[in-house]
Design a protein around this ligand. Structure first.
Ligand code: IMP
Ligand code: MG
Length: 177
């Protein structure tokens, strides 16, 4: 019995998840042929997804990490975002693909896109494992999308509840929430 069995149910199992991540990797491989691709991994949530995805992309690429913290009012994002760790290299002229775990209200991603656009990349696209459209407060174009989910709180595969459960190999639902 695993430590999470009591409190977490399965929404997207490991096999379904890996199949979809592989498909996204193959799509990105086709689209970025001959381009200098940089994956911008948004910490901490997208790290698990980004590392799997990178292994499915059959291209030379670089990986950068961008740490952000979204101020929460309860469980709701306020849209006020702070960069806690910046990327290590100039982004000008690079083909940037921002990797996120989930786009919920869209406020975090809008902020990030505006911030990265100001650094004059050659191109700027978004890859998000999950999208929760029911809660969208601003329109964000997701160029590569893993799954669309209902308005439920999910954990696992990078996503946390109070910093826990990131290490589950599947997307789970908190029981009783
Ligand atoms: P947004 O600014 O509302 O789009 O917030 C995006 C961030 O909120 C994500 O990067 C997650 O860190 C967090 N988040 C949103 N929904 C969930 C969820 O269901 N589980 C865990 N974290 C979530
Ligand atoms: Mg996050």
């Amino acid at each position: 019995m695993a430590f999470y069995d009591q409190d977490v149910g399965t929404l997207i199992d490991e096999q379904k998840l890996q199949t979809r991540v592989r498909e996204l990797g193959e799509e990105i491989t086709r689209d970025y042929q001959g381009k200098d691709l940089t994956l911008v991994c948004v910490l901490k949530g997208s790290a698990f997804f980004a590392m799997d995805l990178a292994r499915y992309i059959d291209l030379p690429l670089t990986v950068e990490f961008l740490g952000v913290s979204s101020y929460q009012g309860g469980t709701e994002s306020t849209g006020e975002v702070r960069i806690t760790t910046d990327v290590s290299k100039p982004m000008a002229g690079k083909h940037l693909l921002v990797i996120e775990d989930i786009i919920d209200t869209g406020l975090t991603m809008s902020f990030l896109l505006e911030n990265l656009r100001a650094r004059h990349p050659a191109s700027l696209k978004v890859c998000s494992l999950l999208e929760k459209p029911a809660r969208a407060r601003t329109q964000v174009q997701i160029d590569y999308k893993g799954f669309v989910i209902e308005d439920v709180f999910v954990v696992g595969y990078g996503l946390d509840y109070a910093e826990r459960y990131r290490n589950l190999p599947f997307i789970g639902l908190m029981k009783g929430r």
